[in-house]
Design a protein around this ligand. Sequence first.
Ligand code: 1CP
Length: 363
Amino acid sequence: MPEAFAPLKNDLLIRAAKGEETARAPVWVMRQAGRYLPEFRAVRANHEFFEICRTPELASEITLQPIRRYKGLLDAAIIFSDILVVPQAMGMDVQMTPGPYFPEPLNVPADVEKLKKVVDVNVELGYMFEAITKVRKELNGEVPLIGFCGAPWTLFSYMIEGGGTKTFQKCKTWLFKYPEESKALLTRIADVCVDLLVGQIKAGAQLVQVFDSWAGELSPHDFAIFSLPSLKRISAGVRSRLASENIPAVPMTLFAKGANQSLAAQAVAGYDVLGLDWCIDAVEARRIVGDKVALQGNLDPNVLYGGREAIEREVKRMAESFKMGGSAKGWIANLGHGITPGVDPEDLRFFFECVHKYSAKAV
Ligand code: 1CP
C-alpha cells in the first residue's frame, strides 16, 4: 500500500482530471522545473543531469523550486526526472551532452538481444520512487504530485536514432522494414512503463502522464498500428495491476503531441485526460472527444516571449475556447509543450495569474 501522506489541500487538478467542474482551471506547465529558472541553473551548474535524477535530495529540491516560487498560483508538482530513464533501465547507456546521446543505439533488430531480459524497476529506478515519496512528504498536501513516463514510440525513436532527430529516418526504417520486430520492442518498452508507473503510484504519484512527444511524426495509420497499442497496453496494465493489488486508481493523462488527427482514437485509449498541443482549437478538440475525457493545454509556449499584453490576450482566448467547447468535462490549463529556457520567470507568473483570472467560472 502507498504510505499515508498529508491530505490534499488543493485538489483542483485531480477533480478536473476526473472531469469534474472546478471554480477555475488548475494550472501547471510541462518542464516547470527547468532551465528557465535561475535556481535550477544554480543546482545544475554543480551536478550532471542524470546525477540529479538519481539523487532524491536533488530531484526533490528541483521539483519543489517552482512550487515555492509560484506559491498559491501553481496547482501541481511534477517529479524531476526524464523519460530516458526507461532505456537506461533496459540496459542502454544514455548521456546528456547537452541533448540526449546514446553511444550504442539499436541499429538492427538483433541488437535488441543486448537489452536486459528482465527489468526490475525497483532495482534500476528505485531512486525515482524514493524521490517521489520524499517530495510527497515535503509537499505536505499543498498540491498533488504528477509522475510520468515516455510513450513506447517516443522512447523507441531515441533508442534507435541514438538521440534527438529531425528526420526519424532510422526509427521509421525499423517500422517499415521490420514491423513485427518493432511491435515486439514497443511492447517490451510498454511493459517496463507499466512497472514504472505502478511503482511511481505506490511511491506517492497522484496522477501520471505519458509523454508521446513524437506521436505527430506518424501518419494516423501508423500511429494506430505502432503507437496506440502500446499506449493502451500501458493504461490497461496500470489499471489492472493497481486493482489486483488493491491500490486506489489515479487519473492518467496521455499527451500525444502533434497527433490531433488521432484524437478520437486517443479518447478511447483508457486515459482520463488528453493533452493538446496548440495546433488544435479547444472547441474542435472537445467536439471530437465528446465528454469522454478531460482536456489539458494548450497555449503555444512561444506566447510567453510575446510580452504581457500578448500573454493576457492569448490566455483569454484559450479560456474562452475551452469554456465554449463545454466546461462540463474538466480543463487543466497548460502550455501545448514544455516551457523553453529563455522565458522570464516573471512572465510565467503572469501567465498563471491570467489563467486564474480568465478561467474562473464567473468570467
Ligand atoms: O541540461 C539540462 O538540464 C537538460 C534539460 C532537461 C530537463 C530540465 C532535460 C533533457 N530533461 C529535463 C527534465 C524533464 N524531461 C522533465 C521534468 C519534469 C518537468 O518539469 O516537466 C520531463 C517531464 C521530461 C520529459 C522529456 N524528456 C520529454 C517529454 C516531454 C517533451 O518535452 O516533449 C522528452 C522528449 C525528453 C527528452 C529530453 N530530455 C532532455 C532534453 C533536452 C530532451 C529533448 C531532446 C530532444 O529534443 O530530442
